[in-house]
Design a binder for this molecule. Structure first.
Ligand code: HEC
Length: 201
């Protein structure tokens, strides 16, 4: 009887003293791996993944927040005319400053400062002249086709999808249309089917 009583007392004493909070004496930890896990360095081997690497690619179809998804493939040039419209309303300042800068940096070397297709590369005979923006058919080229060309390229012109994000593409195209072609853009159609975002490409 006495022994049983001692045993219960021991359990109680241990129970009440085991969890005394004292940062200096953390006490014993049972299976520490449960709380302090092994952190793998980004570039280190990792036995938990099939390819043995810690750095894993994002799963297929995942997308950065706010990223613009262009709904058409590279063969949908014709469709782009009716499906893609400019979702932005840029101020003249934005077009005259950033838009012009983007044009000078990325496009003028072929299309020319004035858009007549006489850029520096053409002048020095390194590139055949691109069609002039100042005459047909480019004067009345639908916005969607312009955007599609900047996304995927066309003929000798390469894609600018990786150099310019969604907003920059429309900004540079707005500069071409407003400042070089002298066409004032009507308010954007509300029927745009594209998912638009102002944050990233
Ligand atoms: C390396 C030279 C080069 C550069 C740089 C270049 N383009 Fe072009 N661009 C061309 C050529 C060549 C064409 C004619 C393509 C065709 O119709 O085969 C063209 C055509 C176009 C068209 C008409 C597309 C159509 O659908 O008919 C637009 C709009 C255009 N470019 C915009 C731009 C913009 C905006 C930039 C800068 C972001 C740019 N280009 C940079 C060579 C260039």
């Amino acid at each position: 009887m006495l022994k049983k009583y001692h045993f219960i007392l021991l359990i109680l004493v241990l129970g009440f003293t085991a969890c005394i909070r004292n940062d200096k004496k953390p006490g014993r930890e049972y299976m520490p791996d449960m709380s302090a896990h092994i952190a793998y360095e980004a570039g280190s081997d990792n036995p938990f993944f099939k390819d043995g690497k810690t750095n894993q690619l994002a799963p297929d179809g995942s997308m950065a927040r706010g990223k613009y998804i262009y709904p058409l493939s590279d063969t949908d040039y014709e469709k782009s005319a009716s499906l893609i419209t400019n979702p932005f309303q840029f101020t003249s300042d934005e077009i005259n400053n950033e838009g012009k800068h983007l044009y000078k940096v990325n496009c003028a070397i072929c299309h020319g400062d004035k858009g007549d297709g006489q850029g520096h590369l053409v002048q020095i005979n390194k590139f055949p002249p691109p069609p002039s923006y100042l005459t047909e058919p480019l004067l009345s080229l639908p916005d969607g086709k312009r955007y599609h060309t900047v996304m995927y390229g066309k003929g000798l012109m390469g894609s600018y999808a990786s150099q310019l994000n969604h907003k920059e593409r429309w900004l540079v195209l707005s500069y071409v249309k407003k400042n070089l072609q002298g066409i004032s853009t009507p308010a954007p159609a509300t029927t745009a089917t594209a998912t638009d975002s102002t944050k990233t490409n």
